[in-house]
Design a protein around this ligand. Structure first.
Ligand SMILES: *Cc1c(COP(=O)(O)O)cnc(C)c1O
Length: 719
């Protein structure tokens, strides 16, 4: 690949491969590559928050020339390039070995409204996006032929700034494309767009940016083109912000534009995965492609269904987009004419049989148009079959054809390097390649207690240092009051039992539950022999006022002198901070109101670092908790007052089990009981909740049947 000299003007030829590695997100989970960029310039490595493109653009050219002549650097560089070359080949991957008959030229198209891959590309808002990112990374590792399709949000997701009273202000900052691993894709005659579509009676040109995730390309659609009407240029610029009309147009562009962009590039998928309902128009467009060629509507729907996979991610009603028929007709134009059906029949595709009459429901559309449907944990499977049973009126809920594939997280991304090296020494250096085999993880039981505890201690100190540095930076830049500095965690101590709680501030996640009885909490936190501290982080959705209220109240407690600086809130939760937190706290807290959490993934990330979880028995914890790997709050006999019951159980667990276990030290100062929990947390997460297991399940359960075009007897009635 030729080096883009405008972007990297000073890169010596001998090490010019750095440019190629830096523009593929895979460096972020390859230890050798990370080390090479860190060696180039350690202070820039930290300053840019691990952004190799920014490092190569800002580094002193003299330093680059030195590296190009330094034999020790070159040895590492050559090793990295060899690994990169083998990553570009598809041979010997898991998929190529298992499914030699399936062609790589007919990939799986994976549509999602957000992708969380790296801090330098802020086009995700939370769990869904991070999961999509992990899915692409694991697909790359396994050699699954996947092509991602998403939207290019030039203004990213908002940055969180908290006022002194804890009210969240949303500031959006354009992100820096030149420092992100993105390249524009040009049309056949070098025009910046690949296709066109109609929305609201206007023609909109759609361009795309390519982001390479190892072997997996992700195409991000962009309407910010001078060919477009001014009002249409901003359509794709921000994530989940703006009213329902913007949202509808974004989803129209994602679905319809996504299919057309793939066609324009000559990509010919054999299976199509809608990750959440936002992408359901992708199925409508594929039906349209067939009906305009003369295929009957019913026949086209049958074919599209057979090759479509749909994953539903939430039982929370607000998580499902619906649009009025009028808004949809306005946006789509008379698409039903192309489909060869009446306007009414078209709307019926997205009409819920019993709820929200007059609205087009994206999840309902995806359910009707997909043969291969799954929820994201076993329990969420049960819940989803209940919720969507009205679509299959002649079936009992248990027979509703929705399965489950439990989420997982990308181990090489989320596991601290120190833990990963510990596993090298104990599981064999090839454990990453054997990750799918549960037996690989068994020796985790025999890790040396003292070593594991030491490694964890270093990660914890590193988190505390990071927190102090962040507080210092913000204090200098824009904080005015000392309480900000306390609230940001500067009084935290690495010797104290540290609880982590970080996720979106949706009210059902109950970040404030632990504050229900402030005296009881105070007794836990300020106990001089066995103190406890809590670190919070997370954003509320900009339109979620109740979520912002919870955030404000939690933030208030960081400044409450009764709690003596033992509660901290870290601003602007994103991937970089998430890494630090899941690697450096002692216990991960998760308190969703059952059964609202479909899966939850942050606890898996913590567990992969040997951090046990304390959680209500919801989502993934419902199937992961086995007594040794953490603590569980069982459901109460009466669900009438779940908050009160759950809070009581939470306090009791902390007082009677978590705190005593953490502070029960042997004569070497090691909490041996606690370390056992750590090992089981790590083993169970490695065996069952890593993204390779998840993607392998998708392949076996959904992708391969869809790639073969297998429909079946479970078709739900399409209107
Ligand atoms: C993992 C992750 C989430 C999702 O966490 P949940 O436990 O599923 O709520 C959200 N945001 C970021 C930045 C993450 O890394």
């Amino acid at each position: 690949m030729a080096v883009d000299r405008n972007r990297f003007p000073f890169l010596p030829e001998r090490i010019e491969g750095l440019a190629e590695v830096a523009t593929n997100v895979s460096w972020s989970w390859k230890r050798d590559a990370r080390r090479v960029f860190e060696l180039l310039d350690e202070s820039l490595w930290h300053l840019t928050r691990h952004n190799p493109i920014a490092i190569l653009r800002r580094i002193d050219p003299g330093r680059l020339s030195d590296c190009a002549r330094d034999p020790r650097f070159l040895e590492r560089y050559d090793r990295m390039m060899a690994e990169y070359a083998s990553e570009q080949s598809w041979q010997d991957t898991w998929f190529a070995t298992e499914y030699a008959d399936l062609q790589r030229e007919r990939p799986v198209a994976y549509f999602c409204a957000e992708f969380g891959l790296h801090g330098s590309i802020p086009i995700y808002s939370g769990g869904l996006g991070v999961l999509a990112g992990d899915h692409c990374k694991a697909a790359s590792d396994l050699g699954v032929p996947l092509v991602g399709v998403g939207l290019f949000y030039q203004k990213g997701y908002f940055d969180q700034k908290l006022r002194l009273d804890g009210w969240q202000e949303d500031s959006d900052e354009q992100f820096d494309v030149v420092n992100a691993p993105l390249e524009r894709v040009y049309g056949a005659s070098r025009e910046p767009f690949l296709t066109r579509l109609q929305t609201n009676g206007r023609e909109v040109h759609v361009g795309a940016w390519r982001m390479l995730v190892g072997r997996v390309p992700v195409y991000l659609l962009d309407t910010n083109l001078e060919q477009n009407h001014e009002d249409d240029r901003d359509l794709t610029s921000k994530l989940y912000i703006g009213g329902p009309e913007v949202r509808l147009k974004q989803e129209w562009i994602l679905g319809v534009g996504g299919v057309r962009v793939l066609r324009a590039m000559g990509v010919d998928p054999s299976a199509w995965h809608a990750n959440e309902g936002h992408a359901a128009f992708m199925m409508v467009e594929r039906v349209r492609e067939m009906t305009v060629k003369g295929v009957a509507f019913d026949e086209a729907v049958r074919e599209v269904r057979a090759r479509s996979i749909f994953t539903t991610h939430t039982p929370v009603p607000a998580g499902h987009d619906t649009f009025t028929f009028d808004d949809l007709a306005q946006c789509s134009g008379a698409v039903w004419e192309d489909l060869g059906v009446s306007r009414e029949t078209f709307f019926e595709i997205g009409t819920h049989p019993t709820e929200e009459p007059g609205r087009f429901h994206m999840t309902v559309t995806a359910l009707r148009m997909s043969k291969h449907v799954n929820a994201v944990s076993r329990r969420h499977g049960d819940v989803s079959r209940e919720i969507w049973a009205p679509l299959w009126p002649d079936r009992a809920p248990a027979a509703v054809p929705i399965g489950h594939i439990t989420n997982g997280v990308h181990a090489a991304t989320w596991m601290a390097q120190e833990i990963s090296e510990l596993l090298d020494a104990n599981l064999g250096t090839d454990w990453q390649r054997r990750m799918l085999d549960p037996a690989t993880w068994e020796p985790v039981r025999d890790l040396d207690d003292a070593t594991l505890w030491q490694v964890h201690g270093r990660l914890k100190v590193s988190l505390m240092n990071f927190i102090r540095e962040e507080a210092r930076r913000r204090w200098v830049r824009h904080w005015k009051e000392a309480t900000h500095v306390v609230g940001a965690g500067t009084l935290l101590s690495p010797d104290v039992l540290t609880i982590g709680f970080a996720r979106r501030f949706a009210t059902y996640k109950r970040a404030d539950l632990i504050f229900r009885d402030i005296d009881r909490l105070r007794a836990l936190l300020v106990n001089s022999a066995r103190p406890v501290q809590i670190i919070f982080a997370g954003k509320a959705h900009p339109a979620d006022t109740p979520g912002k209220e919870v955030l404000r109240s939690v933030y208030g407690f960081t400044r409450d002198a009764r709690l003596e600086g033992r509660v901290a809130f870290l601003e602007d939760y994103e991937l970089h901070l998430a890494h630090r937190l899941v690697q450096g706290v002692d216990v991960w807290l998760n308190l969703p109101r059952v059964p609202m959490e479909a899966s939850g993934t942050s606890g898996m990330k913590a567990a992969l670092n040997g951090v046990p979880q304390l959680s209500t028995l919801d989502g993934w914890w419902h199937e992961a908790y086995e007594g040794l790997n953490g603590w569980a709050i069982p459901p109460g006999a009466s669900r009438a007052t779940p908050d009160e019951w759950d809070a009581e159980r939470l306090y009791r667990l902390l007082e009677e089990q978590v705190v005593p276990t953490f502070y029960a030290r042997d004569d070497r100062g090691i909490p041996t009981g606690w370390v056992q929990k750590m090992k089981h947390a790590l083993r169970v997460a490695g065996q069952q909740f890593n993204a390779r297991r998840m993607v392998a399940d998708y392949v076996k359960q959904s992708y391969v049947p869809a790639m073969h075009g297998n429909g079946g007897p479970d078709d739900p009635p399409v209107a």
